[in-house]
Write a protein that binds this ligand. Structure first.
Ligand SMILES: [Zn+2]
Length: 427
């Protein structure tokens, strides 16, 4: 079932999605006062959903709703049916609390095992899980799926990187799961210990939880001599395990849409966009018990394609997230995402994959300082390089930072635990 559903005909998949959407709306309506109220406001009863196309009539759920309903206002089952609680890190305010029944945890294991299989990680291989354990869904989400897949799990969690390098070498880890910034930090730490990261047995880096551009993927692959596979998920839906690249094509992440229905909408109007257009990803859970989620506005910008993939899977693919709607930088009226700057800067072989963006306001004017790091041992003409980067940014983005600073290798702070921070808005 698990293998065939990934390659099922689109019409069959839609029939399954329709059935599951009906059940999910009924479950939410009957058991969550918040959803009952929202649906009634929209004039929708549990019998008004016939098929998956009706999803466009349903109201959205937002991260503010999660905060307003803190801690358990969105739960759809009694407390004694809950086996697990997680929480998503909020930079400000209360965390979003999420919960799982036994069946939800089985579902999670299944979609994670599927993700590991799509990444090309075979039963019997050793998986070093460097995602953070604890309330964050990354660690335990990967852990359960890796066991389900029949892998040997090394549950290192994040941090303690010298130890991680030793374990990867001594236990011959075949794959590591971590954030993209941590993969680079891991490679640097290994090199600093006199261990060539390319000589480590790692053949797959399963990265996620942060946006990652294509040039950044190349850096990870080159430094570790491994295949980089991106995965996507979010606690509000389940955690990791919503979408993953297949190792056959490495060309967009297959969304496990028998359980998570994706749409892309205009972030301003909320109107659905045609396939292939970039907009905000909206996700609906189709089989969750404890926390059914209708049309969740993820804030992540991406595109979807239903074109058949080389791997034979028929499930739609989403592009790497170009940015969160929240990450949009508006600098002197120009809209920019940090990922666009990353794309340009990493085209230069002289530049290491580390940068920071500082924003200030001086005399009512925005001011951006971009700091980029030189590769180890750079001894070329800095001024010429600086000019070339400035010119390239200007051509690609019609934007030039007010100050562009080149710093020595290692000068930009690394992130060993948690998500990388590259933008510092002092305005
Ligand atoms: Zn594929």
């Amino acid at each position: 079932m698990a293998a065939s559903i990934q390659r099922t005909a689109r019409e069959e998949l839609r029939a399954l999605q329709s059935e599951r959407l009906r059940e999910t709306v009924r479950h939410a309506y009957e058991n969550v006062p918040f959803y009952r109220e929202r649906l009634e406001e929209a004039g929708i009863g549990p019998d008004d959903v016939d098929g998956i196309d009706d999803i466009q009539n349903l109201p959205f759920t937002t991260k503010e709703d999660f905060r307003d309903e803190y801690p358990d206002g969105l739960f759809a089952v009694d407390d004694d049916e809950l086996l697990r609680i997680h929480a998503s890190s909020g930079t400000t305010g209360k965390p979003k609390i999420v919960a799982y029944t036994e069946s939800d945890l089985e579902l999670w294991d299944e979609v994670m095992a599927r993700s590991l299989a799509a990444a090309g990680i075979e039963p019997g291989e050793t998986f070093q899980n460097a995602y953070g354990y604890g309330l964050f869904t990354g660690g335990l989400g990967f852990h359960g799926g890796a066991e389900e897949r029949g892998l040997t799990v090394v549950p290192t969690g994040s941090g303690n990187t010298q130890r991680q390098v030793e374990l990867a070498r001594d236990l011959e880890s075949d794959a590591i799961g971590c954030t993209p910034s941590y993969a680079l930090y891991f490679a640097e730490t290994a090199a600093g210990m006199g261990v060539d990261p390319r000589e480590l047995p790692l053949s797959t880096v399963l990265y996620g939880a942060e946006p990652c551009t294509e040039p950044m993927r190349e850096e990870i692959e080159n430094r570790l001599g491994a295949t980089g596979i991106e995965n996507y998920g979010l606690s509000e839906l389940i955690g990791p395990g919503v979408a993953v690249e297949c190792h056959e094509a490495q060309d967009g992440m297959h969304v496990w849409e028998d359980h998570f229905y994706p749409e892309v909408v205009d972030p301003r109007t909320g109107e659905p966009l045609p396939e292939g257009e970039e907009g905000e990803l909206v996700l609906t859970s189709l089989s969750k018990e404890a926390l059914p989620v209708l049309r969740y506005r993820t804030g992540d910008l991406t595109t979807l394609t239903a074109e058949k993939c080389d791997c034979g899977r028929t499930m739609v693919r989403m592009d790497s997230v170009t940015g969160r709607a929240d990450d949009l930088l508006i600098v002197r009226g120009v809209n920019l995402y940090p990922s666009q700057i990353e794309d340009v800067v990493l085209e230069f072989d002289e530049i290491a994959p580390h940068y920071r963006i500082d924003l200030y306001r001086e005399n009512a004017l925005d001011r951006m300082e971009l700091t980029v790091e030189l590769v180890e041992g750079f001894d070329g003409d800095r001024e010429a390089l600086r000019e070339a980067i400035g010119e390239r940014l200007h051509n690609a983005l019609s934007f030039t930072p007010d100050e562009l600073e080149l710093v020595e290798h290692g000068a930009i702070e690394r992130t060993e635990v948690g998500k990388v921070k590259r933008v510092y808005d002092h305005r």
